[in-house]
Design a protein around this ligand. Structure first.
Ligand code: ADP
Length: 252
């Protein structure tokens, strides 16, 4: 009958989705080992105080291989999400130290020759502790902040965090290239990148936002974006989560 044919087709589609996800996961895993080798070797060469012309080149190798590793990690992440291997692992953790450590990590990633300031603006009435999945929240914020840094040639990137009636709201605001209205929804789809001269020069995998949105769903949160082309963008993550104000709550 029509119904059983549909069911069979659905099952087949599900099967190939799983095969694809598994293939991506295995591939990525296999690729990570040699990349780690290249990174390790470059770091070793740098530690041997090579002449400056060698040093320059090795720094390039190190940079590129780190980018490659980040891409492969994204693909691995995405395939894991696709095969529904992600569940929430929630616990109470201190919010401010969490954000400050993230902020410190992201500061290191700004290229030295870029005149970009990373600021944070944490609301005074932030809860002391929140009950959430710290790793996933961190991954989402890293993706949003890296994009903001990547797509902002100069100016500022601000991480803003404030409690609202819907939950905690994290805004990542940049003064970058912005996004045309017609691209505001497609950028959350897999492998979708806005086709501009600037984005071509800063090739990524087109997975960051798709991953972030799926992770936000796992946390029952939402990501929205507002943007003006040529002026900048604001990506907002709203996270409904239990909060704890008591100072006695023990951290992680
Ligand atoms: P990519 O690896 O290409 O950065 P993402 O999924 O993270 O993939 O982003 C998809 C696309 O959305 C990017 O290619 C870029 O065109 C656009 N985009 C994302 N964040 C920003 C931003 N802060 N400013 C301008 N464009 C952005």
């Amino acid at each position: 009958s029509m119904n059983s044919q549909l069911a069979a087709e659905k099952e087949q589609a599900e099967k190939s989705r799983n095969i694809k996800a598994e293939f991506l996961a295995n591939m990525s895993h296999e690729i990570k080992t040699p990349i780690s080798g290249v990174i390790g070797m470059s770091q070793m060469m740098l530690s041997q105080n090579p002449p400056s012309y060698v040093r320059e080149n090795v720094l390039h190798i190190l940079d590129s291989s780190k980018n490659l590793l980040a891409m492969v990690n994204n693909i691995l992440y995405y395939s894991k999400i696709e095969s529904n291997k992600y569940t929430r692992k929630e616990k109470f953790f201190l919010l401010r130290p969490f954000l400050e450590s993230l902020f410190y990590t992201m500061k290191q990633t700004i290229p030295e020759d870029k005149s970009l300031t990373l600021c944070h603006d944490l609301s005074a009435d932030l809860p002391l502790c929140i009950y959430s999945d710290a790793l996933k929240l961190r991954q989402i914020l890293i993706n949003l902040i890296s994009n903001a840094i990547k797509y902002t040639p100069r100016g500022t990137v601000t991480l803003h965090c404030t409690p609202t009636s819907e939950g905690l709201c994290f805004n990542v605001i940049d003064t970058g290239i912005g996004i045309k209205e017609e691209h505001l929804t497609t950028i959350f789809e897999v492998f979708e990148q806005v086709d501009t001269h600037y984005t071509k020069e800063h090739q990524g995998t087109g997975l960051g936002l798709a991953i972030s949105q799926q992770l936000a769903q796992v946390l029952q949160g939402t990501i929205t974006v507002t943007s003006t082309e040529g002026e900048g963008s604001c990506f907002s993550l709203t996270l409904p989560c239990r909060v704890e104000q008591k100072k006695t709550e023990s951290p992680s």
